[in-house]
Design a protein around this ligand. Structure first.
Ligand SMILES: CSCC[C@H](NC(C)=O)C(=O)O
Ligand SMILES: [Zn+2]
Ligand SMILES: [Zn+2]
Length: 408
């Protein structure tokens, strides 16, 4: 039970607060201290431990609880170690102090995204071990760097390593989002992230004249086409109560660049967009759409990709998927209402799904406002503790899923 008395704080909450104090914050995350923290936990829990250096200076600690049947594929519990920067002046408490208020809310960067989940995994495994359980399937816990900046020095490299293949992962859990209602959200896919810069070239000249064919006019046209598309998608979402945010495509104009002086018409200008493409979008056709918006804007309008995800994958959420069936059954047994959704942004699950691993994004935080990346990110200790109970039940069932047809 949670307690207001600091003397009798639940040890799992104390461990959570210790981890929150490790400053794994961008742009200079202290991964060394975090990796040492997980190594210490591995020793405390009697788990095997390895460090996989995916690129110089970027280590993935892997903690393993072997199953009783090594021929079966394993369960991967993934979380990322890094957290996004803070605007300290907007916080009610120091974001790296892990302050707990008199009601039991813990304030810190990472309380929701996703240091809570890392500790819930560890504590669920610890308690199951203490209770004397053994399961057929091996459980691995991985703590990856750099998710918040794209996973390019983290999960993207890790899934290509022989050490990762050796884990023989059959199913993975990774991050989700809080849900302010009594329900829990679970993510079975995510939108494809495309960051695109459109550059327009035109005739330069004096700012006092009606110059023909300027870069700005053509950029304006392409921006208008994209914002009109945005509005169409926005209306589609708004007019259909059955559609969730992740099921439509979103785009935002996030950067405008160009110009040197008030009285010089520039020869080039650019506009950058953050596209989030719904999993059912035909990506080749969408690229052609970008080309035709450029052509319609006039000569000299081009685009380049800064990020471009081309492998959208969906983890099936029907009973034909034994992992989903197991996950869903536990939630039913625990009377948890699940809201399956497509993750609106990008997580490391995309790298797992792209190499063929079914993955669900789940951070067990109901009755909690979505505060990831926000000021005063916080989580109530009772919600955190209930998450450990939920993982205990989930792990017991997932790690006992009988041999699949390809495992016999
Ligand atoms: C280039 S990867 C960026 C990853 C980030 N993920 C989240 C969850 O905010 C995003 O979707 O913007
Ligand atoms: Zn995250
Ligand atoms: Zn994040």
């Amino acid at each position: 039970m949670a307690s207001k008395d600091p003397e009798s704080e639940h040890p799992s909450v104390t461990l959570f607060r210790q981890y929150l104090r490790i400053r794994t914050v961008h742009p200079n995350p202290d991964y060394g201290t975090a990796v040492a923290f997980f190594e210490e936990r591995a020793h405390q829990l009697g788990l095997s431990f390895q460090k996989v250096e995916v690129t110089p200076g970027y280590v993935v600690p892997v903690l393993t609880w072997p199953g009783t049947n090594p021929t079966l594929s394993s369960i991967l519990l993934n979380s990322h170690m890094d957290v996004v920067p803070v605007f300290k002046e907007h916080w009610s408490h120091d974001p790296f102090e892990a302050f707990k208020d008199s009601e039991g809310y813990i304030y810190a960067r990472g309380t929701q995204d996703m240091k809570s989940v890392s500790i819930q995994y560890l504590e669920a495994v610890r308690r199951l071990k203490v209770e004397g359980h053994r399961f057929p399937r091996t459980i691995h816990m991985t703590f990856v760097p750099d998710e918040e900046i794209g996973g390019h020095k983290g999960m993207e490299l890790f899934v290509q390593r022989p050490e990762f293949q050796a884990l023989r992962v059959g199913f993975a859990l990774d991050e989700g989002l809080a849900n302010p209602t009594d329900a829990f959200t679970v993510f079975y896919s995510e939108r494809s992230l495309w960051w695109v810069r459109f550059t327009s070239s035109g005739r330069p000249g004096h700012g006092s004249r009606f110059i023909e064919d300027t870069a700005a006019e053509k950029l304006h046209k392409v921006v208008s086409s994209i914002l009109a598309f945005r509005e169409k998608e926005r209306q589609r979402l708004q007019s259909n109560p059955h559609l969730k945010e992740g099921a439509v495509t979103c785009v935002n104009l996030t950067k405008l660049e160009g110009g040197v002086a008030y009285n010089v018409v520039p020869a080039t200008m650019s506009a950058s967009f953050d596209f989030r493409l719904a999993p059912d979008v035909d990506l080749q056709a969408f690229e052609k759409q970008l080309q035709s918006w450029c052509q319609a804007a006039g000569e000299g309008v081009t685009f380049e990709f800064v990020q471009r995800w081309m492998k959208p994958r969906v983890t099936p959420i029907d009973d034909a998927n034994p992992w989903w069936a197991a996950f869903n059954r536990v939630c039913k047994d625990m009377n948890l209402t699940l809201e399956p959704e497509i993750f609106p942004a990008a997580t490391d699950s995309r790298y797992l799904r792209a190499v063929g691993i079914p993955a669900l994004g789940f951070s067990p935080m109901n009755r909690t406002p979505v505060l990831l990346h926000d000021h005063d990110e916080r989580l109530h200790e009772t919600v955190f503790l209930r998450g450990i109970d939920i993982y205990m039940r989930l792990l017991s069932v997932l790690a006992s899923v009988p041999a699949l047809p390809n495992e016999k």
